[in-house]
Design a protein around this ligand. Structure first.
Ligand code: BES
Ligand code: ZN
Length: 900
C-alpha cells in the first residue's frame, strides 16, 4: 500500500497473463509470530503472449528461497514484485518453489493471513493472496490447489482449507497436520485456510440427484447455540439454487466459519466460506429480526457465489459486478422466494429499493460516482460499492424483465434459460460482463434485450442515475391517453454527456376511484392490466385507447428501473395510488412521495405550521388501520423518509434544518395518530413463541414503530406512564427484537428511563459482543439534543469494551455517528468533522480498508450549506495533508476534494 506513488489501473489496459499457473502445492507451518509458507507451483508460458519475465505480486513477505526445477535461479525485486527473468524458454511446464515467512499476529489490516482470538484466518479477495505468498494475484489465473497445514495440535485442533480433506495425522512436538485438495480450479482470491479451537454444527443433506453432502458451521466453543438459523439458511440456499436455476452443490463438503474480526460481511472462498460473526450467530435472545433476515441473505449470497463467481469468475476486477451484481440479484430473489406470499415479497423489494435509492443514488451523485463496470481505479477495495452491488443487481433484474414473454410475465424462465447458456459457454472460465449479457440475450433471441443489447449495455458503461420524466394527456373525444416518456442523465466525474439508456417501465392505469383499467396500446388488440414499455430513445410517446375517463398512471411498478421518476402527479393522484394501487411497491412509494413533498415544501418556505396536511394524516391512518394490509407493509409505509433521503432532494443542505423538520413531522404523526398507535401496539405486541418468519417479524416491526411513536408523544406532554410500560416491556421482553425496540424507543424519545435501560442492557449482555455492538450503535445514532451525542461518543471511545482494532466495534460507534447520524455529526462548531478526521487517520494506521470506508462519510460535503461546507473542507484537507496515507484513503480523499 504505502509503496511508491499510487497509479490508476485502466480497464482498457488489460492483457492476458504471460504465464499460467496450473497447480499450487502450499505447505503452512502455522505460528502467530512467524508462519512459514512453502509454495510449489507448476507454471507454463502463455503461448498467446510475447515471451517476457515472470512478475509475481507480494506484500509484507520475507523471502527466503526461490528454486526453479529444483535448482537455484536469479531473481530481482521491482517494488513489491518478485521478477524472474531467466526462466526456461518454450511452452513446457516448469516447477517454481518459493519459501517465505509472514507475521499473522501483526496483521491488523485483516488481509492475507491473520490471527483473531487465537485462531488463524485468511482473507484474499481482492488482492490479499499476495500477502501470503508470491503469486500472479489476478482472477484470470486459475489453478488446482493442494494445501497442507501444520500446527500445534492443542492450540489449533481444527485445520481447514478449500475442498476435501485427504489426509491428517500427528507430527512430532505436539503438532499435527491436515492435507486438503480442492477438486476445482480457482483464482487465488478464493483460497482460504482456518486453524483454531472451533466446534461445528453438522448436517448431512441429499441433493436432488441423491448425492450426499456434509454441511458444517464452525464457531468458537460456546456459540453453537447460535448456529441453527445459519444452518437452516444454508440448507435452504442449496435447495433454492437447485430448484430455481438447476445449480447443485459441487462439493462433498461445504463449510462456513465465523470470525469476529472481519473487514466485510462474509467471503465466498471455495467450499470454505468465512463469515463475520454478525452474519452467522443468532438466537432469539441476542439477535433481532433484521439480524435473522440478514443472516439468511448473506448465507445465501456467499453460497450462490459458488456458481456465480467461483465456477465462472471475473477476468479482471473491473468485471466485479459480473459476480457481485448477479449474486446480489440472486440473494434478493432467494429472500423473496423464502418470504413466500406476494405481500411479503413486496416488503423485501421495498427494503432493497430503499437501500438503492438512499445509498446508491447518493453515490451516483457524488465524487465516487462510477459505472457498474468502472474504467479505472487506484485501490480496488474502494470499488466494492453499492453501485457495483445494488445497481449491478438492478441491471441484472432489468435483463430478466426484458426477456419476459406473454407466458413468462416476469421473465423468470427466459432468464433461467440465459443462465443455463452462460454456464454452458463459460463454466471454468474467467469472463466479462459482456459475456454474461451476451449469453442472456442469445438464449432469448426474440426479446427486447436481444433487440437492444448494445444500447442496454450503457448501464454498464455510464455512471449516474437517469431522470425519467413522464407526462400524460387525456383526450376525451378520442377516449385515449398519451403518455410521453423522456430521459436525461446528469454528468458524473469524467462523463459529461450521456447517451440514452434502455429503460423498462412497468405500468398500470387506475380510474380515479381506484379501479384497475385495461391497458390497450393503440394498434394492438391485446388488453392487459399491467405492461412493460421499453424506452430506448431520449423520448417516446405511447397512446392507450378505450379509456372512458382520465386515468391515474402507476409508473415504474416494482421499481422496474433504477431511475429517478418525475411523473408530475398531483397530491390527489398520489392519494389515489396510496389508497388503491394494486402494486404494493407503488402504493408505498405514493405515501413516501407525499411525505417527501411535504418535507421539501416546508424546507423551501419558512413558516412553522404543521408539515403534514390533515388529508395526508388521514390517508396514513387509513393505511395503519387497513384490515387487509400486512403489518410489515404498514411499518414501511408509516416510516418517514430518512434525513439523508430528504437531503438528497435539495441542492443545498442544512442538516440541522432537515433534522428539525423530520423531527417535527414525526412528532406530528405521533400525536395526530396517537389513538391509532395505541391500537397498533396493543394489536401487534403479543406474538407467542419467537419465530423469525415474515409474518411475525412484520408484527413486531409495527408494534415497535407504534411503541416508539407513543413514547415520543408521551414525552412531549410529560406523560411517564407510557415510557414506564415501554421500560417494563424492555425488561420482560422474550426476544431481542422486542427488547431492542423498547430500548430504542426510550433512547429516541429522550425519556429519563433511557439511561437506566442502557445500563441494564449492558449488564445483561456484556458477554455478547454482537449485542454490545448494538449498544454502542444505538447511543452513537441517538437523536442529538443540544450537541450531546459527540461528547457521549468520545466518552464511549474510552469504554473498556471499545476497540479500534475490531472492525465491528469501530463501525458500531464511529460509523454510526459519522455516517448515520447527520444532525449530530454536522455541527456548527465543526467538532464532528474534527472527530472524523482523527478517526480516519487513526484507523488508517491500523486498517486502511476500514479507514477508507469511514472517509466516505464526507462524500457529499460540497452540497452542505455554510458554515458546514467550509468546515468540512478544512477537515478533508487536514486528512489529505498527512504524508503517508494509504492508497485506499488517498483515493477517496482526493476524489472528494476534486468534487468542488
Ligand atoms: N466477495 C464479497 C466479500 C468481499 C468484499 C471480499 C470485498 C473482499 C473485498 C462477498 O461475496 C460479499 O459481497 N459480501 C458482502 C455481503 C453480501 C451479502 C452483499 C459483504 O461482505 O458486505
Ligand atoms: Zn458477493
Amino acid at each position: 500500500m504505502r509503496e511508491g506513488q499510487p497509479t490508476a489501473i485502466q480497464r482498457e489496459a488489460y492483457t492476458a497473463p504471460a504465464f499460467w499457473i496450473d497447480t499450487v502445492d502450499l505447505t503452512f507451518d502455522l505460528d502467530p509470530a512467524k508462519t512459514r509458507v512453502l509454495n510449489k507451483m507448476r507454471l507454463r508460458r502463455n503461448p498467446d503472449v510475447a515471451a517476457q519475465a515472470l512478475r509475481l505480486d507480494g506484500e509484507d513477505l520475507n523471502l527466503a528461497r526461490v528454486l526453479v526445477n529444483g535448482g537455484g535461479t536469479s531473481f530481482k525485486m521491482d517494488g513489491a514484485q518478485l521478477v524472474l527473468e531467466n526462466l526456461p524458454e518454450g511452452t513446457e511446464p516448469f516447477d517454481l518453489e518459493i519459501f517465505t515467512t509472514c507475521n499473522p499476529e501483526k496483521n491488523t489490516q485483516l488481509m492475507g493471513l491473520y490471527v483473531s482470538n487465537d485462531s488463524f484466518f485468511t482473507q484474499c479477495e481482492a488482492e490479499g493472496f499476495r500477502r501470503i505468498t508470491y503469486f500472479l494475484d489476478r482472477p484470470d489465473v486459475m489453478a488446482s490447489y493442494t494445501v497442507t497445514l501444520r500446527a500445534d495440535k492443542a492450540k489449533y485442533p481444527v485445520l481447514l482449507s478449500n475442498g476435501n480433506l485427504v489426509e491428517q495425522g500427528a507430527l512430532e512436538d505436539g503438532r499435527h497436520f491436515a492435507k486438503w485438495v480442492d477438486p476445482h480450479k480457482k483464482p487465488c482470491y478464493l483460497f482460504a485456510l482456518v486453524a483454531g479451537q472451533l466446534v461445528a454444527r453438522e448436517q448431512r443433506i441429499l441433493s436432488r440427484l441423491g448425492k450426499e453432502h456434509l454441511l458444517q458451521v464452525f464457531v468458537r466453543p460456546g456459540d453453537l447455540d447460535k448456529t441453527e438459523h445459519a444452518m437452516n439458511s444454508l440448507m435452504a440456499s442449496v435447495a433454492w439454487d437447485e430448484a430455481r436455476f438447476g445449480l447443485p452443490l459441487d462439493l462433498e463438503r461445504f463449510m462456513i466459519v465465523a470470525t469476529s474480526d472481519f473487514n466485510m460481511g462474509a467471503m465466498e472462498n471455495k467450499g470454505l466460506n468465512i463469515f463475520n460473526t454478525k452474519f452467522v450467530l443468532a438466537n432469539p435472545n441476542t439477535a433481532t429480526d433484521m439480524d435473522f433476515g440478514n443472516i439468511e441473505s448473506v448465507v445465501g449470497h456467499e453460497y450462490f457465489h459458488n456458481w456465480t463467481g467461483n465456477r465462472i469468475t471475473c477476468r479482471d476486477w473491473f468485471q466485479l459486478s459480473l459476480k457481485e451484481g448477479l449474486t446480489v440479484f440472486r440473494d434478493q430473489e432467494f429472500s423473496q422466494d423464502m418470504a413466500g406470499v406476494a405481500s411479503a415479497r413486496a416488503v423485501k423489494r421495498i427494503e432493497d429499493v430503499r437501500v438503492l435509492r438512499t445509498v446508491q443514488f447518493a453515490e451516483d451523485a457524488g465524487p465516487m460516482a462510477h459505472p457498474v463496470r468502472p474504467d479505472s481505479y487506484v485501490e480496488i477495495n474502494n470499488f466494492y460499492t453499492v453501485t457495483i452491488y445494488e445497481k449491478g443487481s438492478e441491471v441484472v433484474r432489468m435483463m430478466q424483465t426484458l426477456v419476459a414473454t406473454p407466458n413468462d410475465l416476469q421473465g423468470r424462465d427466459g432468464f433461467a434459460k440465459g443462465m443455463k447458456l452462460y454456464f454452458e459457454r463459460h463454466d471454468g472460465q474467467a469472463v466479462t460482463c459482456d459475456d454474461f449479457a451476451q449469453a442472456i440475450a442469445d438464449a432469448n433471441p426474440g426479446s427486447a434485450l436481444a433487440h437492444n443489447l448494445s444500447t442496454f449495455k450503457r448501464w454498464y458503461s455510464q455512471a449516474g442515475t437517469p431522470r425519467l420524466q413522464a407526462r400524460g394527456a387525456y383526450n376525451a373525444a378520442e377516449r385515449s391517453y398519451t403518455l410521453t416518456l423522456s430521459q436525461s442523465c446528469p454528468a458524473t466525474p469524467g462523463q459529461d454527456s450521456k447517451q440514452p439508456f434502455v429503460i423498462p417501465v412497468t405500468l398500470g392505469l387506475l380510474s380515479r376511484d381506484g379501479q384497475a383499467l385495461p391497458l390497450q396500446l393503440a394498434g394492438s388488440a391485446e388488453t392487459l392490466t399491467q405492461q412493460t414499455l421499453v424506452l430506448t430513445e431520449a423520448s417516446a410517446s405511447y397512446t392507450f385507447v378505450n379509456l372512458d375517463s382520465e386515468p391515474v398512471p402507476s409508473l415504474l411498478r416494482g421499481f422496474s428501473a433504477p431511475v429517478v421518476l418525475d411523473d408530475g402527479l398531483s397530491t390527489a393522484d398520489l392519494l389515489c395510488l396510496l389508497a388503491h394501487d394494486s402494486d404494493p411497491f407503488n402504493q408505498w412509494e405514493a405515501g413516501q412521495r407525499l411525505m417527501l413533498q411535504s418535507a421539501v415544501q416546508a424546507l423551501s418556505q419558512d413558516n412553522a405550521g404543521p408539515v403534514l396536511s390533515d388529508e395526508l394524516i388521514n390517508a396514513m391512518r387509513n393505511v395503519l388501520r387497513h384490515p387487509a394490509l400486512d403489518a410489515a407493509f404498514k411499518d414501511l409505509a408509516l416510516t418517514l423518509p430518512s434525513e439523508n433521503y430528504i437531503a438528497d432532494q435539495l441542492s443545498v443542505v442544512d442538516p440541522q434544518r432537515v433534522h428539525a423538520l423530520r423531527e417535527a413531522m414525526r412528532l406530528q404523526l405521533a400525536t395526530a395518530l396517537q389513538a391509532d398507535w395505541q391500537w397498533a401496539w396493543d394489536a401487534h405486541k403479543n406474538n407467542g413463541a419467537y419465530s423469525p418468519d415474515a409474518q411475525s417479524s412484520g408484527r413486531r416491526a409495527l408494534a415497535g414503530l407504534a411503541m416508539g411513536m407513543l413514547c415520543i408523544a408521551a414525552v412531549q406532554v410529560g406523560d411517564d406512564v407510557t415510557p414506564g410500560r415501554v421500560y417494563q416491556q424492555f425488561k420482560d421482553a422474550g426476544n431481542m427484537t422486542d427488547r431492542f425496540n423498547a430500548l430504542s424507543a426510550l433512547v429516541v424519545s429522550g425519556h429519563a428511563l433511557a439511561n437506566d435501560a442502557l445500563a441494564l442492557f449492558h449488564k445483561l449482555f456484556q458477554h455478547e459482543a454482537l449485542v454490545i455492538d448494538k449498544w454502542f450503535a444505538l447511543q452513537a445514532g441517538a437523536p442529538d439534543r443540544a450537541g450531546d451525542v459527540l461528547p457521549r461518543v468520545r466518552q464511549l471511545m474510552q469504554h473498556a469494551d471499545f476497540s479500534l482494532r475490531n472492525p465491528n466495534r469501530a463501525r458500531s460507534l464511529i460509523f454510526s455517528y459519522c455516517s448515520a447520524n447527520p444532525a449530530a455529526f454536522h455541527r456548527a462548531d465543526a467538532a464532528g468533522y474534527v472527530y472524523w478526521s482523527e478517526q480516519v487517520l487513526a484507523l488508517d494506521a491500523i486498517n486502511p480498508q476500514v479507514a477508507a470506508r469511514l472517509a466516505r462519510a464526507m462524500d457529499r460535503w460540497s452540497r452542505l450549506a455554510e458554515p458546514y461546507r467550509s468546515a468540512a473542507k478544512v477537515a478533508i484537507e487536514r486528512v489529505a495533508a498527512k504524508a503517508d496515507l494509504s492508497n485506499d484513503v488517498r483515493e477517496v480523499i482526493s476524489r472528494a476534494l476534486n468534487a468542488a
